[in-house]
Write a protein that binds this ligand. Structure first.
Ligand code: 13P
Length: 251
C-alpha cells in the first residue's frame, strides 16, 4: 500500500534563521502524524539548518534541485554527493519554474534524476501540462511523454525511490486548482504510463502527488482521490498552520 507524501516546496523563500524557527514551530504540530511522510524541500543554504532542526522529528528534508554531473567545472552548482553528505533525503527535479526560467528540458531532468538516484537521494519528479496544452486537449499525451522521457533508463529498482508530482503549470501559484476529478484523472494517466513502462505492481506502488495551489481548504478533497497520493505544496507550505492542516488531511 503506497504512502501519502506531503512535501513543501519553499522555492526562494526563508533564510536559515527563519528555517530554524519554522521547523521548531512545526515539529510539535505534526508530531505523531505518521500515516504520511512529511518533507520540506528548502533552498540549498537552508538545508543544514533544516536537517539539524528536524532531528528526532518526523520531518524529512529535501533540496529543490541538483546538478546532473557528479562533480566538475560547473560554477555555482550543487552536486548530489554534497546534498547527501549534509543529510538531504529528497530532491525536487524538473519543477516547472526551472523548466520555464532556467532552460530545464526533459533531457536534463532525466540526467539529474539518474544522478540523484545513483547518489541515494529520493527524487520528487515534477511534470505537468501548460494551459495551452490542456485547452488543446493534449494533457494526457504531454504527461505521458514527460513520464517516459524523464524516467528513461531509470531501473525498476531505482523507481522505488521516485515520487512523481503532477503539477499542472496553469495551477501553480495562480490560485487556480485542478478539480479533484482532473487531478485524479491525470495522475491516473501517469500511473497507467508507469504500468506500461514498469508493470502493474510498480504502478500500484508509486506515489503520485498533486501540486498547484493545494492549500488547507482544498487538500482534503484532492487527497481523497484514489490516484492522488499526497501533495507538493508551494505557498501554503510557508505557514505552519496551513501546512499542518494539509498533513492532517493526508493522515
Ligand atoms: P503553489 O502551491 O504555490 O501553487 O505551488 C505549487 C508548486 O509549485 C509546488 O512545487
Amino acid at each position: 500500500m503506497r504512502k501519502n507524501v506531503i512535501a513543501g516546496n519553499w522555492k526562494m523563500n526563508m533564510t536559515p534563521s527563519e528555517t530554524k524557527a519554522f521547523i521548531t514551530d512545526l515539529a510539535p504540530m505534526v508530531k505523531g502524524m505518521d500515516k504520511c511522510d512529511i518533507v520540506l524541500c528548502v533552498p540549498f543554504v537552508d538545508i543544514a539548518t533544516a536537517v539539524e532542526a528536524a532531528k528526532g522529528t518526523n520531518i524529512h528534508v529535501g533540496a529543490e534541485n541538483v546538478h546532473f554531473a557528479e562533480s566538475g567545472a560547473y560554477t555555482g552548482e550543487i552536486s548530489a554527493a554534497m546534498l547527501k553528505e549534509i543529510g538531504t533525503e529528497y530532491v525536487v527535479i524538473g519543477h516547472s519554474e526551472r523548466r520555464q526560467y532556467f532552460g530545464e528540458t526533459d533531457a536534463t531532468v532525466n540526467l539529474r534524476t539518474k544522478t540523484a538516484l545513483k547518489a541515494g537521494l529520493k527524487v520528487i519528479l515534477c511534470l505537468g501540462e501548460v494551459k495551452e496544452q490542456r485547452l488543446a486537449g493534449i494533457t494526457d499525451e504531454v504527461v505521458s511523454m514527460q513520464t517516459k522521457l524523464d524516467l528513461a533508463e531509470v531501473s525498476a529498482e531505482d523507481l522505488k525511490n521516485v515520487i512523481i508530482a503532477y503539477e499542472p503549470v496553469w495551477a501553480i501559484g495562480t490560485g487556480l486548482t485542478a478539480t479533484p476529478e482532473q487531478a485524479d484523472e491525470t495522475c491516473g494517466v501517469i500511473r497507467a504510463t508507469i504500468a506500461k513502462l514498469y508493470g502493474a505492481q510498480a504502478a500500484e506502488d508509486i506515489t503520485i502527488q498533486y501540486g498547484g495551489s493545494m492549500n488547507d481548504g482544498n487538500a482534503k478533497e484532492l487527497l481523497a482521490k484514489v490516484n492522488v497520493d499526497g501533495g507538493l505544496i508551494g505557498g501554503a507550505s510557508l505557514k505552519t498552520d496551513k501546512f499542518t492542516t494539509i498533513v492532517k488531511a493526508a493522515n
